[in-house]
Ligand binder design. Structure first.
Ligand code: PHE
Length: 342
């Protein structure tokens, strides 16, 4: 009997050392500890031993059973944790691998400039309001001191939708609308699309954007206008620029000005961007005409004001040294990729 116990012990030890997986261990559990297993068999065989030997043999068999149970339990634990590890290892994501590439859209330079110009206006205390693209002859022309047969109308080649209704030719169409909506003081920037029936060339397009700035209050003077423009253009071009004012004519301002800045590329020395003049024309401006104040229901004896209109595409061309406005509307990604505004 003793030998049988020893032999079984060896057999079990060998079998356990050969177990390679959780599955093997489960099988060994059934094989050795099951009800028809060899340990149970020895227990039954105890009956045939003598009464003196029986207690110590019984103890030996019990100890063997405990040892095997414990050894299998340990192995089971080891295998289940190493198999879990293996499973996790195979599931792991390598976060250092390069991701899949998705092309990112970005802002068009005209939108980015529009944002920049409006931001500069806001920083200077102007609020932002929008006027309509489709406009009446009244707000686009008549209220701005262009009588029906005024020759200055010829400067705007206008798209008419029906008699008296047109696509606005400038953002100045908002001036009288804003005066009607607000008692002074008025300090507003009005951005928008404009349309003129012109040939598309390197310098002009039939579709473009402007931002109108308008300020009306008591005692507003021409020197306020110049000071404000200087500050505004400094913010837009992120560099100090010199201004040159040339007298010009727009029916809705008096006096009217065309405003140039010192050339951004050559600082006034003369280059191809400024056509050797040292100056770049950036906008039209002036003191709001008394007749226009009256159209907006404002007493020109009590209030004065100034206004300007800047072409956004032109600012983009100047700021980035682009020499053809058509490039901005071709949708050519080779140009757009060179800008990374977010
Ligand atoms: N509306 C004018 C234009 O489109 C610009 C302008 C605006 C001039 C305001 C003077 C005052 O050319």
């Amino acid at each position: 009997m003793k030998e049988r116990i020893e032999a079984l012990k060896h057999e079990i030890e060998r079998a356990l050392s050969e177990g390679r997986s959780l599955k093997d261990i489960k099988e060994l559990q059934v094989r050795f500890l099951g009800r028809k297993g060899p340990i149970q068999e020895l227990m039954l065989a105890l009956r045939e031993t003598s009464a003196e030997e029986r207690p110590s043999l019984g103890q030996q068999i019990n100890r063997l059973k405990e040892e095997v149970t414990e050894a299998l339990h340990k192995l089971e634990k080891n295998f289940s944790s190493s198999e879990e590890e293996e499973r996790l290892r195979q599931e792991t994501l390598d976060v250092t691998l390069p991701g899949s590439y998705r092309p990112l859209g970005r802002k068009h330079p005209v939108s980015a400039m529009l944002d920049l110009v409006l931001e500069a206006h806001r920083d200077m205390g102007f609020s932002v309001q929008y006027g309509p693209d489709i406009e009446s002859d009244f707000y686009n022309f008549e209220a701005l001191n262009f009588a029906p047969d005024h020759p200055a109308r010829d400067m705007h080649d206008t798209y008419y939708i029906e008699p008296g209704v047109l696509l606005r030719t400038h953002t100045s169409n908002t001036q009288v609308r804003l005066m009607e909506g607000h008692p002074p003081p008025i300090r507003i920037a009005a951005p928008g699309r404009c349309f003129r029936n012109e040939d598309i060339t390197a310098r002009s397009h039939l579709f473009f954007h402007q931002v109108e700035g308008i300020y009306i209050d008591r005692g507003v003077s021409m020197s306020d206008l110049v000071q404000t423009l200087e500050d505004l253009l400094h913010r837009i071009f992120s560099t100090q620029v010199k201004l040159r004012l040339r007298s010009s004519y727009f029916p809705f301002v008096e006096p009217g000005l065309e405003v140039d800045i010192s050339c951004l590329a050559c600082s006034g020395k003369g280059c191809t961007l400024c056509k050797k003049s040292g100056w770049l024309e950036v906008l039209g401006a002036g003191m709001v005409h008394p007749e226009v104040l009256k159209s907006g229901g404002i007493d020109p004896e009590e209030y004065t004001g100034y206004a300007w209109g800047m072409g956004i595409e032109r600012l983009v061309l100047l700021k980035y040294g682009i020499d053809d406005i058509r490039l901005l509307f071709d949708g050519d990604v080779r140009l757009l990729r060179q800008f990374s505004f977010v």
